[in-house]
Structure formats: C-alpha cells, structure tokens
Design a protein around this ligand. Structure first.
Ligand code: NAD
Ligand code: 0WE
Length: 266
C-alpha cells in the first residue's frame, strides 16, 4: 500500500449496498472503492445461500451489519428499512446492483421467448425493486445523499439475446429520471451507471458471453473491456459531493463501446 495521501471522497458518508453476490460482482467493485474512500457500509444478501459469503466481505470492510433482502419480498424491504433506522437512523447512499430475468427469456427470439411471467419477473426484480427501495429508504436519507443503480446499453439499442432485460433496463432508466425529480427538492440525487459487459455471475450462463466480451474489446474506442474497479471509481464520484450537480443521469462506463457505430476497419 502506498502511503501517499489519496483523496477520501466519501468520508462521513453511510452507504447501503444491495446486490453483492461474489468477488466478481459489480457491487464488490463499488464496495471496495467506497471503503477506500472512507464510507461506512451496510450490506444485504439475497437468500441464506449467500449469507455467509456476504458476511465474509463485510469483515474486510469493517461492516457490522449484514441484512437479508430479496427484493421480490415487500416484507424484506421493510426489514431493511427497520434495520437501517435502528443502526444509523439516517444515511447517505443507496446502491442498487440487482437484475434478473428467467434464463429462457435471455436466449433466442424476443418475440417467441417473452412470456407474461418472464416479463413480469424481469421488470419486478430489475426495475420496480429500485423504486421500492427508494420509497422505503429515501425518507431516511440526508441532504447531499444519492441513489445509484446499474444499467446496460441493451435499454437503448438491440443487443442479441438481452431481450426482455432491455425493456426492464429502459424502465429502470426512466425511473432514475422520475425519482430524481421527486427527490431533487430534498437535495438527494438519483443516477445510473451503464456498464459495458463484465464477466460476473449474472453473465455466467449467458450464451456466447466470452465472444461478446472479446468482440466488444475490439470495437470499443479503448480497445478493452471495463473492470468492476472502474465502475467502483465512477460510482464513488457520482455518490460524492464532487458530483453535486449531477442527477437523473445515465453515465456510461463502457470504454466508449456504445458510441462505436461500426467495428474499426482492420
Ligand atoms: P451479480 O450476479 O454479481 O449481481 C447480481 C445481483 O443481483 C446478485 O447479487 C443477486 O443476488 C442479485 N439479485 C438477483 N435477484 C435478486 C432478488 N430477487 N433480490 C435481491 N437480489 C437479487 O452480477 P452483476 O453483473 O454484478 O450485476 C449487477 C447489476 O449490474 C445488474 O443490475 C446488472 O444488470 C448490471 N450490469 C451488469 C453488466 C455485466 O456485464 N455484468 C453490465 C451492465 C450492467
Ligand atoms: O444485466 C445483465 C445480466 C442480466 C441477467 C443475467 C442472468 C443470468 C442468470 C438477468 N437475468 C439472468 N438470469 C439468470 O438466470 N447484463 C448486462 C449482463 C449481460 O447479460 C446478457 C448480456 C449482457 C451484457 C444477456 C444477453 C446478451 C448480453
């Protein structure tokens, strides 16, 4: 470790992070950066299977509250709200890094594979959960605080197989703007990071994901993929007072991939 003074952008801030599942999770990159920058953390986990794993991460970050939160369950969201009220009373930052659709809907034809049930689940878990958490938790957030969610460019343009998740991310991005409008008067900001493809658990099992990563790295202006550390650094900026004028925004952390109109000529 270097002994040079690095800026501590989140000193005194309290952050709740929803969506940590493994060392590859985008939420892990965000939590690492937040911890480095002096934030105090509370973590949630989805289901008992992930409990001990998330508790191990908590130790690394001197975090002494880890709470269950399956976002499909209103009672668990209320439980998070009660736990935060007890632990902190007030806090500053909510990270939402959650997305899910039934696997069958993420392969092949959007037209043929989008059932009512898959549509409902994708939108409930990947979009509504952000509004639900905002609704339960924003009343406890201090002025200068912010909410941040994770999106993907499949909300804006056709990405093969992303299918119903593209619709859910479009809905999520629209919710960022309406939430920004409602919470702006309290000086609470709401933003999203749209990340380029990263190999995480949510990417495992997606057909041809390795090829997508390789192709993206050839097309992106930076000629490489992005890392969870890079997403964590941008999240740190967006949730810090350095970004006090930014709300309702979708910030791309994708090495420029979404701006390429065509693959570079060989
Ligand atoms: P990940 O698998 O590490 O994280 C996804 C998280 O969603 C997990 O922690 C999982 O527990 C949680 N989750 C799913 N259903 C849930 C539920 N019902 N209740 C509570 N939590 C639930 O994968 P990741 O790539 O870090 O994904 C995090 C976010 O980043 C997602 O919104 C994803 O869409 C987005 N994203 C990912 C990429 C990528 O290429 N990996 C790119 C852009 C955006
Ligand atoms: O948002 C995502 C992942 C979303 C996701 C992944 C899974 C896999 C496991 C949602 N639901 C599930 N359900 C499961 O059962 N990303 C941005 C990563 C991703 O997923 C893709 C991508 C990219 C990029 C799917 C198809 C095409 C590209």
């Amino acid at each position: 470790m270097s002994t040079i003074n690095t800026p501590r952008l989140l000193e005194g801030k309290r952050a709740l992070i929803v969506g940590l599942a493994s060392k590859h999770s985008i939420a892990k990159g965000i939590a690492d950066a937040f911890h480095q920058h002096g934030a105090e953390l509370v973590l949630t986990y989805q289901g008992e299977k992930l409990k001990s794993r998330v508790e191990k991460f908590a130790e690394d970050w001197n975090c002494n509250l880890v709470i269950p939160c399956d976002v499909s369950d209103d009672e668990q969201i209320e439980g998070v709200s009660q736990a935060i009220k007890q632990h902190w009373g007030e806090f500053d930052i909510l990270i939402h890094s959650v997305g899910y659709a039934p696997m069958e809907a993420l392969d092949g034809s959007f037209l043929e594979n989008t059932t009512r049930e898959a549509f409902k689940i994708a939108h409930d878990i990947s979009s509504y959960s952000f509004t639900a958490l905002a609704s339960a938790l924003a009343p406890m957030m201090r002025p200068g605080g912010s909410l941040l969610t994770m999106s993907y460019h499949g909300s804006q343009q056709i990405i093969p197989n992303y299918n119903v998740m593209g619709l859910a991310k479009a809905s999520l991005e629209a919710s960022v703007r309406y939430l920004a409008s409602d919470l702006g008067p309290n000086n609470i900001r709401v933003n999203s990071i749209s990340a380029g493809p990263i190999k995480t658990l949510a990417a495992a099992g997606i057909k041809n994901f390795r090829r997508m990563l390789a192709d993206s790295a050839e097309v992106a202006p930076l000629r490489r993929g992005v890392t969870i550390e890079e997403v964590g650094n941008t999240a740190t900026f967006l949730c810090s007072d350095m970004a006090s004028g930014i709300t309702g925004e979708i910030v791309y952390v994708d090495g420029g991939l979404s701006k390429a109109g065509m693959a570079p000529l060989g």
